[in-house]
Design a protein. Structure first.
Length: 194
């Protein structure tokens, strides 16, 4: 199956930089989240599943705080609305956190009209040729044959292992019997020497 990739470019130049009202605050907040999230260094950070949820949460809080702050909402009100401490909100707004710094940089890019996000997306599959189907079928047959050979080899090795285990059990029994006879012989020798 042949699949091609294209890009969808999102232009964020019309986002309100000094939002008025909830709708504009949400627009700026979403632009900051999306713009920051698609930065290469952030994409690298969130590849780690352990760090992903922490980073996404931190970015979301920083973007929400920044958008509200630009709308003139007091820090105490932002903290209450977002369910975070004022110290956390100030940390993001003063760029003392990595998330706050990244969101502020994204805001500056929007302000300068430099932020355009290119989102890759996959287009519909192209027509599959008969040659590609035949090639794939040959590969499948080859893999099936390899699997059959490996299964036969595995069966032979399992049988051999079973025989070896049986022989080991036999030898273990013989060693045990030899030890018993050695003890008996030692007892007889000790009685004769008495």
């Amino acid at each position: 199956m042949c699949v091609s990739e294209s890009e969808l470019v999102i232009d964020l130049s019309s986002i309100p930089l000094k939002p008025i009202g909830k709708r504009e605050i949400q627009q700026l907040e979403m632009a900051l989240i999306i713009g920051t999230l698609y930065r290469p260094e952030v994409l690298d950070l969130i590849r780690d599943p352990v760090e992903r949820s922490t980073w996404i949460d931190s970015l979301a809080v920083a973007a929400a705080a920044f958008a509200r702050y630009k709308a003139g909402v007091p820090v105490s009100e932002i903290a209450e609305e977002l369910g975070r401490s004022e110290v956390t909100i100030r940390g993001h707004l003063n760029q003392k956190t990595k998330a706050g710094k990244l969101v502020a940089e994204t805001y500056e890019k929007i302000k300068r009209g430099e932020l355009k996000i290119a989102v890759p997306f996959v287009t519909a599959p192209q027509q599959i040729t008969a040659l590609e189907v035949e090639k794939t079928q040959l590969e499948i047959e080859k893999l099936r044959e390899e699997k059959r050979v490996l299964e036969e080899r595995n069966k032979m090795l399992e049988e051999e292992l079973g025989k070896m285990r049986s022989k080991l059990s036999e030898l273990t029994s013989q060693i045990k019997r030899i030890r018993e006879l050695t003890v008996e012989l030692a007892n007889i020798v000790n009685k004769l020497l008495e």
